[in-house]
Write a protein that binds this ligand. Structure first.
Ligand code: AGP
Length: 604
């Protein structure tokens, strides 16, 4: 998730912008930049890597009079983390910064290039400033040109634009990505994509709503709503607690990231779902030429999303698919054939075991693909191709939104391959894509469900262990639920295929054995239900998660009645994440930094 800052006033604009970007570092980034307009003169600086690199570049740049300035930290989604791709992006006499994804950027870029516009970057963002300057040529004002530009953009965005044609104003637009504006005691104006950069400067802020656009000048904040009607800013008091602000008021980063899943999955989907099928800008279909098998390799949570993928690829793409634990694969002298596409999955892109297996596959001459959340990471740099999950920075050590976006990418990729292999007809692919569009809703946290889980979690603080059980693709989800609980509650938990309980584990059944049972309505429900009844008959304590009432359960967590098992998968995923969170909270553990764990295991 990128970070945006802006400032209008007479204070030290450069310092205010750089300090503001520092307050956004927690959101994660791989490049940064600022642009300042003072006395009709633009100065812009950009740097890859950490903000210290940008500070070094700007150390001789002094701002002391009135100026307008914008700044940006970039988390790469379109285009590598390079200086050229870093924001702000320049037109001829305007600069723009943007957070979000412009879904129709390719079409706009093609049109602009056909009219002779030269693009410097690979980003979607750059189309905004060139489109604005094209519109400015025929508009009666910069505001008219900006208004027309915003109307031509599809997707999610928070935009700040400065231009010589209105050198005392900052133009803004907000749709799908957060942004706010604040004022200080001297009536200077501050923009940011979240609260923290404004803390210590402003006490009153206006949170823009989707569809808001307009401009801010030294004496005015002019806002129009999505229908073009002028509206007054609605100022509210700004929290003065920075850490709370970074967590958006949640208790933990993990909790914030569970609540973010709906939004980040929207980003994961943006620009990739079309009526004709799945679009991966970053993939060349030739990657799958000559491929008859897919081998997935990962660790931990990423292994669980990979295991989920095996069900999707074999069911829909009809391609032989297998999955390996990276730490095992690298030492068992595996047989690798060149008709196998080797896919590694990693949130960080730095996990040592997984990285080594990628090197093994490349050494064996296999084509390689990485599903990753961090552009420019070691695995991204090494693999032949990469699909970014666009989850934004994940600070909680126990992975949540990274897992959700990995499964989402795999579901899309199974459709992408199904189309290439003609293993599904267009009607079925369209049906699956329609289901995918519902996942942001399926992953929205229900307050009622969260409160219910908070209450029932008090019953699961002891006992001699947990079984998480599920069938088919709900088995990897059960594994993930068990891992979440282990990681942050330190209670013992095992994920198991429901059908396996009678082959030994049921010997443990008694009231102190807690079974979390995943009972999807649309996938092997009766089979899974009978497995759970076997446990209940032996007095195991059952917590059932289902859209259908289950009278043999001691606890029951309802999910909504969905159209398809994949929507049930994502709803149950959120329930499992919240359950582990609330049990951990009750046990007084450090949810974000559990003992013995690291966010990225870069050693064997
Ligand atoms: C998941 O909650 C853990 N933090 C851990 O299992 C993690 O998934 C594993 O270390 C792999 O990390 P990666 O996705 O960055 O490769």
């Amino acid at each position: 998730m990128c970070g945006i800052v802006g400032y209008i006033g007479k204070k030290n604009t450069k310092e205010i912008l750089l300090e503001g970007l520092k307050e956004l570092e927690y959101r994660g980034y791989d490049s940064a930049g600022i642009a300042v307009l003072q006395h009709d003169n633009f100065e812009s600086y950009k740097a890859v890597g950490k903000l210290v690199n940008l500070e070094e570049k700007t150390k001789d740049f002094i701002t002391q009079d009135f100026a307008v300035g914008i700044g940006h930290t970039r988390w790469a989604t379109h285009g590598k983390p390079t200086e050229l791709n870093a924001h702000p992006h320049l037109g001829e006499s305007s600069y723009v910064v943007h957070n979000g994804i412009i879904e129709n950027y390719a079409k706009l870029k093609k049109e602009l290039m056909s009219e002779g516009v030269t693009f410097l970057s690979q980003t979607d963002t750059e189309v905004i400033v060139h489109l604005f300057e094209k519109n400015l040529k025929s508009a009666s004002s910069a505001l008219e040109a900006f208004t027309k530009t915003i109307s031509q953009l599809h997707g999610a965005y928070a935009i700040l634009l400065v231009t010589k044609s209105e050198d005392e104003s900052i133009f803004f637009a907000k749709h799908g990505s957060p942004m706010l504006v604040g004022i200080d005691a001297q009536n200077d104006k501050y923009f940011a994509s979240s609260d923290t950069p404004l803390i210590g400067h402003c006490t009153d802020v206006n949170y823009f709503e989707d569809g808001d656009y307009g401009y801010v000048s030294p004496n005015a904040i002019v806002i129009f709503d999505k229908d073009g009607n002028k509206k007054n800013p609605r100022f509210t008091k700004l929290t003065q607690n920075k850490l709370s602000a970074q967590k958006n008021g949640f208790r933990f980063f993990m909790e914030k990231e569970i609540y973010e899943q709906s939004d980040v999955i929207t980003d994961t989907l943006l620009g990739r779902l079309s009526d004709e099928g799945i679009v991966f800008d970053e993939l060349d279909a030739s990657l799958f030429d000559g491929i008859n098998e897919i081998k997935l390799c990962a660790c931990g949570t990423s292994y669980h999303s990979a295991l989920s993928a095996t069900y999707l690829f074999e069911r829909y793409a009809k391609i032989k698919t297998s999955v390996e634990v990276a730490s095992e694969f690298r030492y068992r002298s595996p047989i690798m054939s060149k008709d196998t596409l080797f896919v590694v999955i990693s949130q960080s892109g730095e996990t040592a075991d997984t990285l080594e297996t990628l090197k093994m596959a490349k050494a064996a001459g296999l084509k390689t693909l990485v599903i990753c959340n961090v552009d420019n990471s070691s695995m991204v740099r090494l693999a032949d191709a990469c699909i970014l999950t666009r989850a934004g920075v994940e600070k909680g050590v126990a992975s949540t939104k990274a897992f959700a976006t990995q499964v989402m990418v795999f579901w899309m990729l199974s459709m992408y391959v199904a189309k290439l292999k003609n293993s599904l007809d267009a009607k079925e692919i369209a049906k699956q894509i329609a289901l995918m569009r519902q996942v942001p809703l399926s992953t929205k946290v229900s307050d009622v469900t969260h409160e219910h889980i908070k209450r029932l979690s008090k019953r699961y603080l002891h006992g001699h262990g947990f079984f998480f059980i599920g069938r088919d693709i709900f088995y990897p989800l059960a594994l993930e639920g068990a891992l979440k609980l282990k990681e942050i509650s330190y209670l013992h938990a095992e994920g198991y295929p429901s059908g396996e309980m009678k082959h030994g584990p049921i010997a443990l059944a008694d009231p102190e054995l807690f079974t979390i049972a995943l009972l999807p309505q649309h996938l092997l429900y009766e089979k899974a239900k009978s497995n759970v009844e076997e446990l209940s008959a032996r007095d195991s304590t059952i917590c059932a998660i289902s859209a259908l009432e289950f009278d043999k359960a001691d606890d029951f967590i309802p999910i909504s009645s969905c159209q398809d098992y994949m929507l049930e998968f994502f709803e149950m995923m959120v329930v499992l994440q919240l359950l582990s969170l609330e049990i951990s909270v009750r046990l007084g553990n450090d949810v974000d930094m559990p003992r013995n764990l690291a966010k990225s295991v870069t050693v064997e």
